[in-house]
Design a protein around this ligand. Structure first.
Ligand code: HEM
Length: 442
């Protein structure tokens, strides 16, 4: 038994995941650690204090639900100063209060307004997609979601100057890319440095835009954040509107891109499923309502299956503030706990043939996700459970439905995208697909 042996990371490079083994193949590392150590596996990770991978649905659920309040968020070291004071990085009473206010930006009527604004923005971006044999789907989706973020989130229509818009987009990209930086110290010219400047640019830009966003009283998220309040009438101060805005931009961007690009990959490999979900999308009008988007059972199963196979956020970070027990194992105060929900998505005791793309496993008569409350947990759980889950589902469905209505695509039979796992997972090769507009298919 290796139970008490510390797993030595193969590298001391301070990156998300903490070791070359994680970056090389996170799932294999999680499986090995689960086999050798069970639900709490100590790992040597750069950074202060001991660290452990939390593995399997019982242990993940226990840490996320945080029954004895032993854990606080542990994200600071991973995501750097660029997410500063985002909701995910707040704790305790402050987190609770900010979450209550922020929830008001995601009510059903607000979601309906964001969704209505999504349709023309998605259509305009897809107008630029053309037939190609190796169309870089992931790269195109990244651009698409970035433009959606600028339009729907920031109220980009208020930014008249295209040079300024470009500068803001650049700053945003620099911040997002820093989460994947190998070197997590600012040295002029490196990613961390660009991101530090990017965050400052976004801070300045959003602070300057804030009065206009407030005065506009618009339906974009930025405008909405200036006026939302909880039931006691508490609102965010200006600085926190900006902090939440920047965090939301980041939280929404990579994760939704990941979901849609994973779906493009699997649907490209499984033309039967592509036809099936296209048939569902075809009966929608070009601008479906929230209700219509919420009743697409096949697309729903496909999206869930894609988020199971490639969880956009495979691990979430916590830190123990007192000694506690997780799934029967002692965890000492100060331990950094990495909750590996991605592993649960592949455990054979929870899923039949977990490696296979099989969306029907989410059908009401199979409902494999009910094998355990934390069998499927791409959006986390407990008090930090993703606040943008409903919006992200609507965004993913909107984008995929429009792509399906306009294009057919495929990937070569034995192609598997080479994934980067330095930060959130993404296909390093840009996910080339053979793309054909439906109009060209007789
Ligand atoms: C497929 C898309 C998405 C996935 C898989 C995802 C996943 C997650 C996960 C796992 C967490 C929990 C982090 C933790 O426990 O520490 C989280 C938190 C959060 N997400 Fe998402 N997310 C997605 C999209 C979005 C979108 C579109 C938004 C906003 C529009 C958003 C806003 C947030 C916020 C505000 C939090 C922090 C909640 C809190 O701390 O109370 N997410 N997300």
């Amino acid at each position: 038994m290796e139970t008490n042996r510390w797993i030595r990371a193969k590298s001391a490079i301070p990156v998300i995941g903490g070791s070359l083994a994680y970056m090389h193949d996170p799932l294999t590392l999680m499986r090995q650690l689960y086999r050798s150590h069970g639900p709490v596996a100590p790992v040597a990770m750069p950074g202060p204090g001991p660290a452990a991978f939390i593995l399997g649905p019982d242990a993940c659920g226990a840490v996320l639900q945080n029954g004895d309040k032993a854990f606080v968020n542990g994200w600071e070291l991973l995501v750097g100063p660029f997410f500063d004071r985002g909701l995910m990085l707040l704790d305790g009473a402050e987190h609770k209060q900010h979450r209550r206010i922020l929830q008001q930006a995601f009510t059903r009527s607000r979601l309906a307004a964001y969704t209505a604004a999504l349709h023309p923005a998605v259509a305009a971006e897809l107008d630029t997609w053309q037939a190609a044999e190796r169309f870089p789907a992931y790269s195109a989706l990244k651009r698409l979601t970035l433009n959606l973020a600028t339009q729907i989130f920031m109220g980009g229509h208020r930014i008249a100057d295209p040079v300024e818009l470009d500068r803001v987009n650049r700053a945003f990209i620099d911040c997002v890319q820093a989460a994947g930086a190998i070197m997590r110290v600012a040295v002029p010219g490196n990613k961390w440095h660009r991101a530090t400047r990017g965050r400052a640019t976004l801070d300045r830009f959003l602070t300057a835009q804030l009065p206009a966003a407030r005065a506009a009283g618009g339906d974009d998220l930025f405008s909405v954040l200036t006026r939302v309040e909880d039931e006691d009438g508490t609102r965010f101060g200006d600085a926190d509107v900006v902090n939440h805005m920047i965090f939301l931009l980041m939280a929404a961007h990579e994760t939704t891109t990941s979901t849609v690009s994973t779906a493009m990959y699997y649907l490209g490999r499984h033309p039967d499923w592509q036809d099936r979900v296209r048939a569902e999308a075809a009966v929608l009008g070009p601008e479906p309502t929230v209700e219509q988007l919420s009743t697409l059972p096949d697309l729903d199963m496909v999206i869930k299956e894609c988020q199971r196979l490639v969880a956009p956020v495979p691990v979430v970070a916590r830190r123990a503030v007192k000694d506690t027990e997780v799934a029967g194992r002692h965890v000492q105060a100060g331990t950094r706990a990495f909750v590996c929900q991605q592993l649960s998505h592949y455990l054979p005791e929870l899923w039949t043939g977990p490696e296979a793309f099989d969306p029907s496993r989410f059908s009401p008569h199979r409902a494999e996700e009910r094998s355990h409350r934390f069998a499927w947990a791409p959006f986390g759980g407990g008090v930090h459970k993703c606040l943008g889950m409903a919006f992200s589902n609507l965004e993913a469905r909107t984008v995929l439905a429009q792509i399906l209505r306009r294009f057919r695509w495929s990937v070569p039979a034995h192609y598997t995208p080479p994934m980067s796992n330095v930060s959130l997972p993404y296909p390093k090769d840009g996910l080339p697909v053979d793309l054909l507009p439906m109009a060209l298919i007789s």
